[in-house]
Design a protein around this ligand. Structure first.
Ligand code: SF4
Length: 310
């Protein structure tokens, strides 16, 4: 379903204004929606709001998008108050009311459950997010929401991919659209093409009342911080790197991986020709990160600039 097209305007080089940045972000949300069927006619979307810059941005951008789509969709913002000490209960309701957004606050003291069950020194996040997910999925069903929107952006996707690669032995990131295991909910990530620095700058322009994200006192951020630093270092050397990693997620070559279940499913367990199999093993096409320096097929070489344009 097509939405109104916004041109690329402004940028860090030219100097962003609130208006140019808003257009850019809405355009990215519209593109993601078109590419993956995220927002569809008559959707009633439950937007999860944590009080961070991204979820406030998501609410705002959806409200702008509502005025530009040729079809009707509605949304309700939902904040789950998890009982973390010092959580400022009035901040999100005040913001929602000031802007006239439909919203709900759900109070569940998962913080006590987590701190009770997890031994001191261990990270809370795994149990905490499982509890949160269950509550939010139930809430979406109660509210009659057709979809649940989360505020993850492009940089979250890249970091998650590397975290899984480095620390969990899985090649997976975050999908733009996913049906829950029990089939009751569809989760969407409309900000998946939005860059974190753009969302951060936009949050400053909009003066979103941001709630600090360390109230729970969890130590889980350690690996993520390492990955963030790694990406920042690589980005400092070559600003195309983030775009390249992100592009790789849309350019998967199952024949060049080792997942037996996947290759069996696709019927590609056996090399089908020189380009896909034997030639690769002989050194013609083996992940040459400098662009085919070993004489591999030129078709494999994609200019970094082109990849980074996303
Ligand atoms: S950072 Fe805190 S709130 Fe977030 S998942 Fe971990 S324990 Fe829960």
């Amino acid at each position: 379903m097509k939405t109104a097209v916004f041109g690329e305007t402004g940028g860090p080089e030219g100097g962003w204004t609130k208006e140019t940045l808003e257009k850019r972000l809405v355009r990215r949300v519209a593109k993601a929606s078109e590419d993956y069927g995220l927002i569809e006619p008559n959707d009633h979307i439950m937007v999860c709001v944590s009080g961070g810059k991204d979820s406030y941005g998501l609410v705002h951008l959806l409200s702008v998008l509502q005025r530009h789509t040729p079809f009707r969709f509605t949304f309700v913002a939902v904040n789950l108050d998890q009982g973390q000490p010092g959580f400022p209960k009035d901040v999100i309701p005040r913001f929602m009311e000031a802007h006239g957004y439909d919203y709900r606050v759900i109070e569940r003291d998962t913080y006590s459950v987590v701190t009770d069950k997890i031994p001191e020194g261990k990270t809370y996040c795994s149990l905490c997010s499982r509890l949160r997910r269950g509550i939010l999925y139930d809430t979406a069903v109660k509210l009659g929401a057709t979809k649940i929107a989360l505020g993850h952006h492009r940089d979250d996707v890249i970091e998650t991919l590397l975290l899984n690669l480095f620390y969990s032995g899985q090649m997976k990131a975050m999908p733009p659209k996913l049906r829950s295991d029990d089939g009751r909910n569809i989760v969407i990530r409309p900000l998946i093409y939005c860059h974190e620095e753009e969302l951060a700058r936009f949050a400053e322009f909009m003066k979103f009342p941001i709630i600090p994200c360390d109230l729970c006192g969890s130590q889980d951020g350690l690996h993520r911080k390492k990955v963030k630093n790694l990406i920042a270092g690589l980005h400092g050397e070559n600003s195309a790197v983030k775009g390249t990693i992100f592009a790789a997620l849309g350019n998967v070559r199952p024949t060049h991986l080792l997942d037996k279940k996947l290759t069996a499913k696709l019927g590609i367990g056996v090399a089908s020709g020189p380009d896909e199999g034997i030639a690769a093993l002989e050194g013609g096409d083996v992940g040459d990160d400098e662009g085919g320096g070993c004489g591999g097929p030129a078709t494999n070489i994609v200019p970094l600039g082109r990849l980074a344009s996303r």
